[in-house]
Design a protein around this ligand. Sequence first.
Ligand SMILES: Nc1nc2c(c(=O)[nH]1)N[C@H]1C(S)=C(S)[C@@H](COP(=O)(O)OP(=O)(O)OC[C@H]3O[C@@H](n4cnc5c(=O)[nH]c(N)nc54)[C@H](O)[C@@H]3O)O[C@H]1N2
Ligand SMILES: Nc1nc2c(c(=O)[nH]1)N[C@H]1C(S)=C(S)[C@@H](COP(=O)(O)OP(=O)(O)OC[C@H]3O[C@@H](n4cnc5c(=O)[nH]c(N)nc54)[C@H](O)[C@@H]3O)O[C@H]1N2
Ligand code: SF4
Ligand SMILES: [Mo]
Length: 745
Amino acid sequence: MQKEWAQQEDGEYVVRTCGWSPPGDHPVGCGMKLHVKDGKLVKVEGDPENPITQGRLCIRCLSLPEYVHHPQRITHPMKRDPKKRGEDAWEQISWDEAWDIIVDKVNDIKAKWGAESIVVYGGTGREACLYYYPLGFSALQTPNVCYGQSGWSCYGPRCSVSDFILGAGYPEIDYAGFFEDRFNHPGWKLPEYIVLWGKEPLKSNPDGFFGHAIIDMMKLGSKLIMIDPRISWLATRADYVLQLRPGTDTALALAMLNVIINEDLYDHDFAENWCYGFDELKERVQEYPPEKVADITWVPKEKIVEVARVIANAKPCTFGWGLAFDQNPNGVQLGQAFLAIVAITGNIDVPGGVTVGPPAALLGKWRMDARSELTEELWDKRLGAKEYPGFATGMATTQPDVTLDTLETGKPYPLKMAWFNSTNFLSATCSAQPERWYKALLKMEFNVIQETFMTPTAMALADIFLPLPSFAEHDGVVITHYGRNTIFLGAMNKALNVGDCKSDIEVCIELGKRLNPKAWPYDSVEDFFDSQLKPELGISFNDLREKGVVNPPYEYKKYEKGLQRPDGEPGFTTVTGKVELYSVLYESWGDDPLPYYMEPPYSPISTPELFEQYPLILTTGARTFASFHSEHRQVASCREIVPDPIMEIHPETAKRLGISEGDWVIIENMFGKAKEKAHLTPAISEKVVHAQHGWWFPERKGTAPDLFGVFESNPNTMIPHKHIGKLGFGAPYKSIICKVYKAED
Ligand SMILES: Nc1nc2c(c(=O)[nH]1)N[C@H]1C(S)=C(S)[C@@H](COP(=O)(O)OP(=O)(O)OC[C@H]3O[C@@H](n4cnc5c(=O)[nH]c(N)nc54)[C@H](O)[C@@H]3O)O[C@H]1N2
Ligand SMILES: Nc1nc2c(c(=O)[nH]1)N[C@H]1C(S)=C(S)[C@@H](COP(=O)(O)OP(=O)(O)OC[C@H]3O[C@@H](n4cnc5c(=O)[nH]c(N)nc54)[C@H](O)[C@@H]3O)O[C@H]1N2
Ligand code: SF4
Ligand SMILES: [Mo]
């Protein structure tokens, strides 16, 4: 039978799908057609009929055939003697043998050390991030699932702040994605201004937000405000660019609130009826007049005032908040101040403002049930939960900085096994101070990794290697914003088979059946998705495949209609039922209930003596089109676009330091150093440099100690694991100090 999503066309087999991972991406679910000929993926093209992405694709998906059929890809399970970690001493095994080894080891470690001695490590929002929690909680049955970035500085803080302050799922730019008729939908309004704060979504397409939506709305007339220390391509098309000193965003937000409140530009109805603590906030922002904040942030006073007025007067105004909120120990306050701006300017849950998620996450019940597989006693052992109750309330994971301490000290209990599910974290990705993690993880008794290629992390640490299929090779469901504010669900359809790989959900089901069968009754992946989709959306997995994408219904102003709270009352799901400009929860965890500015831990102001030695401010990790963190480094078409680790420096600064375009330089501070190639650009301030993250060199020697050069161009050696925010969130990845000099060879 010819199906909508899989058709024969001119001797080729063409499968329509929505992309996710591997290789890496967030759940944007771009629509594409996969062309398969003679068992090989030969071409990927955009699907013009996808209502959101309308045929647009970026290089990472266009080059998918190179990834899928790459000669270095690993497509069979392998084992290695733990004594030979770091050596190329792998032996191919069957899945049955892999399961036997894993099940025996897991049972043995649990009997000797307790289930809590097992930690599952996962990375950012790839498809795996739906499954590594259940893999930990209900297959391996450990309470310890760890996302290793210091202060878990990615999206988690923004989601937690949204829960604490707003009692709602992640607030996102309203680009009419919910509606079939998109921008023509009669209930939708075009935002007058779009504010992009510490976010560059054209390159990052983060968490389910399709960056081209910004361009779509600009074509219709929306104007742009960028808040970013670098001037990106998008910023050159903006009406306003606030080029601030990295890490000082909270001061800027407080000064904007100062202007909006003191000039009486706020939405009185929303502030009076739906916010808690307006008067206290009004008092607090008096401490942040624009002239004082201009000194802190380097943004001229007049510009702060003008942009605050523009934001308050735009009806509606929409806002995107990015990674710069999370990679900042003051980020929890930044999120609070930002949401206060969005709230008191009347832009929450209104057409063309920001959308907020309903009370329950889509496809969330199963994920919650997975957690209830653990006894209270085990759950209480979750690492970092006692030290950081705020963090532990927001996140189901361990607190990563505490996890590293535990790995090193064996306190409060020893850790014995690591399962790396979707992180190559020795590269400058999920770990800060990667050499500390490396040493600590070498002490584990048993390590398992699921991967597609031999990464530095796999080579350094794994004893069992379980191969993953790319998203062209397995079935799945892509769900934007992971269910917390979902614009659409899309079907991921398997187009071909390569080797003997198993996807994350297949691994969960097969391992779950062996270790905890009652929690894993599913006969197949299709059966699993039917059990998820039918109760919540009334459709089967096959229905979703036929439709391609499904939009859940969306309603604006849910807080007025009793649709935002699970109890059906009007208001928000916070302690006070209102948007908490004054946070009762922050206060209960010992932090200030009102937003305040805190200097970055290392800066001209916090550490003036150190700044004399390290006189530049370093920000890191701005995304590029051609890689997803440490991925795509072996894909020739991607590598051609970004062949080397690039650092950006202003031409005047470079001249002073004797550095020319293309020179290899060392970026160094009191914690470590990284070698990158200089790119001179006036788009960065003279006092700031930017370094790329996520580099390793698949073409180099992989065995230890080289490990594909993973520690050489690794800016995370310069980020210490000790300056997280008071509630356990945020670390200074985007604002540290450094010096730069020309490398010797
Ligand atoms: N192609 C590609 N896409 C990705 C990823 C990838 O690796 N590659 N990674 C994914 C992940 S995990 C994430 S979290 C998202 C992140 O995506 P975004 O939220 O867009 O974050 P970044 O690209 O890190 O940075 C965005 C902007 O913040 C600016 N910035 C740096 N320091 C500061 C600061 O102190 N304040 C302010 N206001 N701005 C600052 C940078 O100059 C940059 O232009 O991207 C996702 N998408
Ligand atoms: N200096 C600096 N460091 C940073 C950042 C920064 O801005 N500056 N950004 C940080 C951020 S926000 C993040 S989120 C982290 C990202 O860090 P991670 O998410 O840990 O990224 P990677 O290290 O690339 O590891 C991901 C691995 O997962 C594999 N993978 C891909 N798809 C799948 C899948 O579907 N299933 C499974 N099981 N595996 C898969 C890939 O092959 C890859 O090797 O990096 C952080 N590091
Ligand atoms: S944003 Fe780019 S990499 Fe991600 S699914 Fe879309 S086309 Fe692919
Ligand atoms: Mo991230």
